[in-house]
Write a protein that binds this ligand. Structure first.
Ligand code: ZN
Length: 113
């Protein structure tokens, strides 16, 4: 198991790269759709663009939420509460933290949800 601070920093780096890439892709889609005159409902290509745009926007929102979760995890790490389940106060398993460094619940509480 690696150091949680390193793991959070690594995950944060990956996620902010992803946010940047998705941001650019979304901007590209918006820009290219600005040149096409057809409206989404009657232009099949427009519908595809709208679908892709919605997909990328959803991914972007997900990645931004992950960034916020990682920031919150860093704060918990600084406060000394990282790795403690926010629901039951029990310890979160090392393997779970390895896989999901930003998680706030232990596997038992997550299963119960
Ligand atoms: Zn728990």
């Amino acid at each position: 198991m690696s150091d949680p601070a390193d793991r959070l920093a690594a995950r944060r780096g990956e996620t902010s790269h992803l946010v940047e890439a998705l941001d650019q892709r979304l901007a590209g889609i918006i820009e290219s759709s600005a040149y096409s005159a057809g409206d989404d409902e009657h232009d099949p290509e427009g519908a595809t663009v709208a679908f892709e745009r919605a997909q990328v926007a959803a991914l972007l929102e997900q990645s931004r939420a992950e960034l916020r979760a990682l920031d919150a995890a860093s704060e918990r790490l600084a406060a000394g509460t990282y790795g403690t389940c926010l629901r039951c106060g029990g310890p979160i398993g090392a393997e779970r933290l390895d896989a999901l460094p930003a998680t706030t619940t232990c596997i038992r509480c997550a299963d119960r949800r």
